[in-house]
Design a protein around this ligand. Sequence first.
Ligand SMILES: [Zn+2]
Length: 394
Amino acid sequence: MKVALVLPLLTCAAIATPVSIHDTAQSPFGAITAAKYPGFDLDLDALRLVQFEGQTEPVLVTELAKIQAKAQGVAFFDVTDTLGLGSRAHLRDAQKTFPAPRHPDGVHSVLENLEIQNLRENLEKFTSFRNRYYRSDTGKASQKWLLGKIKEITRNSASKTLRDVISIQEFLHPWPQSSIIARINGSLTADDGVIIISAHQDSTNKWPYLPAPGADDDGSGTMSILEAYRALIASDFHPERAVEFHWYAAEEGGLLGSQAVAQAYEDCDVNVVATIQFDMTAWVKNGTREEVGIITDFVDPVLTEYNKKLVELYLDIPWVATKCGFACSDHASWTKAGYPASSLIESQWENNNREHAHTTHDRYDVSEEFSFSHMLEFSKLAVAFAVELGGWQR
Ligand SMILES: [Zn+2]
């Protein structure tokens, strides 16, 4: 079904303008939920345009139908606000290449500064919000806490000269929870490239009104890259090329936050050189080998090979190739936009923590299988990605 929508006009300095689709039909839950679940800005009757695997055209479904599909394990893009994403992908260079890793001293100097205790402390706080649903008050509050933590870390860890080249911004969306972008400018003005390291900050229960601590999905990835950011700036990392850390809102709503960001970058013709997504980094299933799952579908194959080298050079555990399916996490938004994207997960797909994901049991204290040292291995990879692809003349 084709539906004409008016897309918001974006400027390259500013960010997405809210688009709302109002629907007056009453949902079977509408009246009840409004009274029973205060603090949610969620209209179950709202119409959304959704792209499922294998469909050439998006389909119009209600928010409720979208939630039900998700609960059944069906992944999708909600393209309501980003119908044009990827329309200019063909204008960019075809295949990118990446130089062989050449900054071992720089990477190792940062790895020494990683601290496992920070992962634990920050995740403890982050999972204390009732849920981090992108259309909830607590999802907004958790986002504000994360923003404050990034600012605090930057104040406390970065030198004055480094602080001068760091910006920390909220990327606003039509729902309460913002995405967050922390950027370290590159020192080479001739290089307009950007390296992006990302995770999603939101969480959900299968039924969004229920509690969702989201410790593994994706509190773990959120904290793995936050600790990488802290260690990098504490090591006075001045990249040659801009390095950005993104914490997306609304991944669980159909990759909404990352699509909005990717759309804005595409509209502004930003030269995104490489992206890497960290979604679930904590679980080591009993009886399995501890390893880094390198996702091989809907990613850039050359960048994915590059990440295998980084794991071999800088991590204490091996990689394993695995697949996670259509629209399974935010890297898919960058792939759709035609930018080199890569993605990681805690294990081979079949050994991940999906038993607890999207339930009230996605907690760090639910099992010994939840491992902070495993999360730290992913921090190492984020550090290596930043230094090797961002460059660093020390
Ligand atoms: Zn996730």
